[in-house]
Design a protein around this ligand. Structure first.
Ligand code: CMC
Length: 429
């Protein structure tokens, strides 16, 4: 980090020198941490449009140039050459693993995939039609109860182990939620197969016959996991960090991240995209969907379009779009929704409303069509996102726990409520 000439801010009759910090790349940051103490003013930035909440060395995004890098490696290269487990190691540890480091990591993750049997009782307490994201939030939160007493957050090895456990157990929990909702017996994780294959087995294998797993499906899912693994200080990761800043149990932090991810403005968009494409139904209806999205009174947005950071294109969407065509062709799936999606994308990209606001397809626009081709039900789409993003959440949590600047997250506010007034007894109101 380099330091620059400070800026001088004058408020009322007080001037304050504010340091400017520069990172490796990307915009520099004006350090306002002393502003209140020295001037009595807060800053105001709803939605954190201009506010960096922490220093981080994990992921870099240049939204104008459509660049995404994990630990300096461009997402396109990782998508082409790596796999999800290697990417998870990279995010957590900062460097790509050697062959030995990779096999140790894989062994560790593989041998932490089992759940305590009491989880079944907990799972069976949900209604059969519970949304899997609600179940995921509850189940992950409950992990805190299983690993609390013996967890010393001051011990780096115990923190690392908690991160490995999360990465290992989230797919087991996700598959269990799915199987419970369709009334299938829960499958135990198999240790003789790889991470993504293991997850697909836990999802789809039935006791009565072996599962013939398509390598195309496993490869596609692995790639989707890589693309969703991290995205710097997004809403769910910032939630994990905010909860983590209080010294809370890491499983509780990740459960909070899952809850934040569920919203349709964030990870819930992938499920919403499929719902929207189904509602549009046919390419002829694309024009009226575009008109509705432009009408502010309709309350309707094009799901899978727009991003807070990407204002040119989302590099993940570019990779997924290409993959979508390949996967459907290789699996022999002819999904009419792909035609609807392509026509919608084409029409929006030519439309002045979307051009002026720099709204492009995001990572979720095509991912649902791929999940659908892999027989993953729509209500599980955001759960898929959660499995992948667990790698990012635990990496940020680990980074935060090591950060000497870590303080409890406590934003301030611009108070707009009533000024001081006297209590009136009920009879006099
Ligand atoms: N359809 C129609 N209009 C839109 C859309 C959309 N999808 N997205 C933004 N706008 C308009 C919005 O109405 C506003 O117009 P105006 O300037 O006239 O008031 C302008 O574009 C800016 O929108 P904003 O809501 O201020 O932008 P934001 O940066 O706060 O929101 C977003 C980003 C992703 C929440 C938003 O684009 C959105 O709701 N998109 C649809 C949901 C979606 O696909 N979310 C997944 C995001 S990618 C996965 C992830 O990282 O979680």
């Amino acid at each position: 980090m380099t330091e620059n000439k400070p800026v001088i801010l004058t408020a009322d009759d007080k001037s304050v020198e504010l340091a400017i910090h520069s990172g490796t790349i990307g915009p520099s940051c004006v350090d306002i941490s002393k502003l209140y103490k020295e001037t009595g003013h807060f800053t105001y930035d709803p939605g954190f449009m201009s506010t960096a909440s922490c220093r981080s060395a994990i992921t870099y995004i240049d939204g104008d140039a459509g660049v995404l890098m994990y630990r300096g490696y461009p997402i396109e290269q990782l998508a082409k050459h790596s796999n999800f487990l290697e990417v998870s190691y990279l995010l957590m540890n900062g460097e790509l693993p050697s062959a030995n480091q990779y096999s140790t990591f894989e062994h560790e993750v593989t041998h932490h995939t089992m759940m305590h049997e009491a989880f079944r009782t907990f799972l069976y307490g949900f209604r059969h039609d519970a949304h899997p994201m609600a179940m995921m939030t509850g189940m992950l939160g409950s992990l805190a109860a299983f690993y609390h007493g013996d967890l010393d957050l001051e011990d780096p090895e115990q923190r690392r182990l908690a991160a490995i456990r999360l990465l290992a157990k989230v797919p087991t929990i996700a598959a269990a939620c799915h199987r419970y909702s369709i009334g299938w017996p829960i499958r135990y994780p198999r240790n003789n197969i790889e991470y993504v294959d293991r997850f697909l087995h836990m999802m789809f294998e039935v006791p009565s016959e072996p599962l013939m797993l398509s390598p195309v499906a496993a490869k596609a899912l692995d790639l989707l996991f890589i693309l969703h693994a991290d995205h710097e200080q997004n809403a769910s990761t910032s939630t994990v960090r905010l909860v983590g800043s209080t010294g809370a149990n890491p499983y509780a932090c990740v459960a909070a991240g899952v809850a934040a991810l569920w919203g349709p403005a964030h990870g819930g968009a992938n499920e919403a995209v499929l719902q929207m494409l189904n509602e549009i139904g046919r390419p002829e209806n694309v024009g009226s969907a575009i008109d509705k999205a432009k009408d502010k009174n309709s309350g309707f947005r094009l799901m899978g379009f727009g991003h807070r950071v990407y204002k040119n294109f989302d590099p993940r969407a570019k990779i997924i779009r290409e993959m979508c065509h390949q996967v459907l062709a290789e699996l022999g799936v002819n999904d009419p929704l792909l035609e609807v999606a392509m026509r919608l994308e084409e029409a929006a990209l030519k439309d002045e409303y979307f051009i002026a606001r720099k709204l492009y397809p995001n990572v979720d626009f095509y991912s649902g069509i791929i999940y659908k081709a892999l027989n993953i039900p729509a209500e599980m789409f955001t759960v898929m996102f959660a499995i992948a993003r667990t790698a990012g959440w635990v990496s940020h949590w680990l980074e935060q726990q090591n950060d000497p600047e870590n303080k409890i997250g406590r934003p301030r506010q611009l108070y707009t409520g009533a000024a001081a007034r006297d209590y009136t007894p009920i009879a006099g109101r």
